[in-house]
Design a protein around this ligand. Structure first.
Ligand SMILES: [Zn+2]
Ligand SMILES: [Zn+2]
Length: 129
């Protein structure tokens, strides 16, 4: 085993451990939130039952997943789609200069370049010899 392999293995273990803890934490607050609130999406008002509740997710109002007060004041139940939208909206929301934001969103000179290159050189996926 090389040093690099060892480092990678250790890193994998750390990542796996963090994932486990994250999953446990998530299961914890999800369980509490589902016990606390009616199973209704806070945005589109879609209702859920046992058969589809896995599509109902817990959103953190302050976006801090470690902030889980027992009274549920930081949680909001959202369906997967509204949850995605919620985060999308916050990401795209202009923070300072609206014109800057518009520029970033529409002006993407390199989008589609991959496809173009791939079309010209169909062998580009092959590893170099
Ligand atoms: Zn929804
Ligand atoms: Zn969220």
């Amino acid at each position: 085993m090389t040093q690099d392999d060892e480092r990678r293995t250790r890193l994998d273990a750390v990542v796996a451990q963090a994932r486990r803890e994250q999953a446990q934490r998530e299961a914890g607050y999800r369980h509490k939130a589902l016990a606390l609130f009616p199973w209704v999406c806070g945005r589109c008002a879609r209702t859920f039952d046992r058969s589809n509740r896995r599509e109902l997710t817990v959103h953190h109002r302050d976006h801090n997943h470690d902030n889980n007060p027992e009274d549920g004041s930081n949680w909001e139940l959202l369906c997967r789609w509204c949850h995605d939208n919620e985060h999308q909206r916050l990401v795209e929301q202009p923070t300072s200069n609206r014109d800057d934001q518009a520029e970033v969103a529409t002006h993407r000179p390199f989008s589609g370049l991959d496809q173009v290159l791939r079309a010209i050189k169909p062998d580009s996926e092959k590893p170099p010899e």
